[in-house]
Design a protein around this ligand. Structure first.
Ligand code: HEC
Length: 89
């Protein structure tokens, strides 16, 4: 019985999460974080002007940290997931 409930709940949860993404609801904190953390040295146009693969985004974010961007583990995860979802290829 419990197993069957999980089978129903899981897809619903994923649907809810992707519905949030489509409405742009959940992307707002990530965009604010990028504005705060990533536009100290260059404008956000530099970030949003090009689609990159997931691996490329990981490398870009790590390179920015070497340049001097300061990100906590949580911020790094939120920012790179957002960029991979919205500006991936
Ligand atoms: C300490 C300064 C600094 C901060 C903070 C910074 N960047 Fe950069 N960024 C640079 C410099 C310098 C370059 C150009 C050299 C390069 O591409 O490595 C650059 C270039 C870029 C590029 C273009 C790369 C390319 O291949 O053309 C992207 C995308 C980018 N940054 C994203 C980000 C993101 C996302 C963040 C926030 C996590 C961020 N940057 C924060 C300094 C910074």
């Amino acid at each position: 019985m419990r197993g069957r409930l999980l089978i129903v709940v899981f897809p619903c949860f994923f649907l809810m999460v992707s519905a949030c993404d489509m409405s742009g609801f959940s992307s707002e904190p990530a965009r604010r974080m990028i504005k705060k953390k990533c536009t100290i040295c260059h404008s956000s146009n530099r970030i949003y002007d090009q689609a990159r693969s997931a691996g490329e985004w990981d490398r870009v974010v790590l390179r920015m940290e070497r340049h001097g961007a300061f990100l906590t583990d949580k911020e790094r995860a939120i920012i790179s997931n957002y960029l991979k979802d919205g500006y991936g290829r």
